[in-house]
Design a protein around this ligand. Structure first.
Ligand SMILES: [Zn+2]
Length: 452
């Protein structure tokens, strides 16, 4: 969508609190899934909800140093919370990502200022499924670090004043914390800022808050998306920006850490509009579920039951629309699915035959049915072996023969609590036509045999 080849991207960072592997990076998975090749720096970042925007900062430095040409910074999370905990009511899930580079820009990063201190307001111990927190302690931690980061930015730039920004967005665990912080910035004595000349420039009016902060409170639509939160609200700012706009994004992560990132919107924003769905379009694509369904889903997630299959599954046949395809491979020795395709099984003991299968990037639906109850133990490996595909993000009634589909990556299998997660291709109706036309990853090469 950025209009550049995946192999020009030199770094991927992924900030998350909900990593599928404790050891094993999201960043390398993404790099392989989108065909980036092997000459890539990859890192998953810690720092709670601040980690997504911290990736933006690290990649900005790598680009300025000349070490890489482009980088991809991701924040992605499925928020965790104890059942019945106040956190649970605002739980969300989401992802935001930006490609950074030197040319053809939608916005420039003018500067970034940090503020961090050891302030454990919220944490999750190793192997604990859900976080713990000191409740209202987060209000003080959040306010002091967000305000501290803005003050640090303003200390470096004596001409900046908060009310001159066109859009200001904050990390959004809820609507409450950003609003509470804004209220502090309207006070005569701004808390945590000793230097009056800086405090003076940080003051906001009620009108500023209405016009420059409230439109970007995406948490009201998405819930708390943890490390994705600031990237999503920033994307919604850019969806509505014009060249010359000054934008401030202040992220926050428990533990505690804030980055204040200052952007200036560039002319390139006009050309790139429409290349990706807007945040608003993603929000509109929602499906409402009943509380019982939510409870079933959350139970399955928290217990991490040894359930290899998603039930019910929609399976069927598709035909290619164009020549582009995803290759994946099936190992007939251990029945593992590999995406991207491999020549040889990862398990050195496994001597099974490896078969590469190709799946069209864009396809047309030929037939679909719900897997009958008596076949519910059929594995996704068996379905792929029978040349069937899986359908996701759609109800049976949305899947009429002839419907145009796009291939999307999904978890197709996982080997209990400790084993590998197997990713592969599933299909859904094309979300947005332009997206399907522009997002054309180059054909993926089969990864050569590697030894650790
Ligand atoms: Zn195998």
């Amino acid at each position: 969508m950025a209009g550049i080849s995946p192999d020009e991207i030199g770094t991927v960072t992924a900030g998350s609190e909900s990593k599928p592997y404790a050891v094993g990076t999201i960043a390398r998975h993404v790099a392989s899934f989108i065909g980036m090749g092997q000459n890539v720096f990859v890192a998953d970042l810690e720092g709670a909800c601040n980690s997504g925007m911290q990736g933006v900062g690290f990649i900005d430095s790598e680009i300025r140093s000349g070490r890489i040409k482009y980088g991809l910074a991701i924040g992605a999370d499925v928020a965790q919370a104890e059942r019945g905990d106040p956190l649970e009511y605002s739980c969300g899930a989401g992802a935001g990502a930006f490609v950074l580079g030197r040319t053809d820009l939608i916005a420039t990063i003018e500067d970034i200022a940090p503020f961090s201190s050891l302030f454990m307001d919220f944490w999750r111990r190793d192997q604990a499924a859900v976080p713990s927190h000191f409740g209202r302690t987060t209000v003080e931690a959040y306010k002091s670090h967000v305000i501290g980061a803005i003050a640090n930015l303003f200390r470096k730039h004596p001409d900046l004043s908060l009310s001159e920004f066109d859009a200001i967005t904050f990390h959004q665990p809820s609507g409450y914390l950003p609003m509470k912080t804004c209220a502090a910035l309207t006070e005569d004595k701004i808390p945590y800022v000793e230097d009056e000349s800086i405090a003076e420039r940080m003051r906001l009016t009620e009108q500023d808050i209405e016009k420059k902060v409230k439109p970007w409170l995406k948490v009201l639509d998405t819930g708390n998306t943890y490390a994705a939160s600031t990237l999503i609200s920033l994307a919604s700012v850019f969806d509505n920006s014009k060249p010359g706009d000054q934008v401030l994004a202040v992220s926050y992560g428990s533990g505690a850490y804030s980055n204040a990132t200052w952007f200036e919107v560039q002319d390139g924003i006009e050309d790139k509009r429409g290349r990706t769905p807007t945040v608003e379009e993603y929000v509109k694509r929602k499906t409402t579920i009943k509380i019982e369904t939510y409870q079933d889903l959350i139970r399955a997630r928290l217990h991490r039951i040894k359930q290899r299959l998603e039930i019910p599954r929609l399976v069927g046949d598709v035909e290619p629309v164009n020549g582009k395809s995803f290759p994946l491979s099936l190992c007939y020795g251990c029945e593992r699915i590999y995406f991207p395709a491999r020549e040889k099984c990862l398990d050195s003991e496994c001597t099974g035959k490896m078969e590469v299968k190709r799946y069209p990037l864009i396809a047309r639906l030929k037939s679909v049915s719900k897997l009958p109850l008596k076949k519910r133990f059929t594995s996704n490996f068996e379905l792929l072996d029978q040349n069937k595909v899986l359908f996701v993000d759609a109800k049976l009634q949305d899947l009429k023969p002839g419907v145009k589909l796009e291939g999307v990556l999904r978890r197709l299998d996982y080997e209990g609590k400790d084993g590998l997660i197997m990713y592969g291709i599933a299909y859904r109706p094309v979300f947005q036509e332009t997206l399907a036309l522009i997002a054309r990853p180059k054909p993926l090469i089969i990864a050569p045999t590697q030894y650790a």
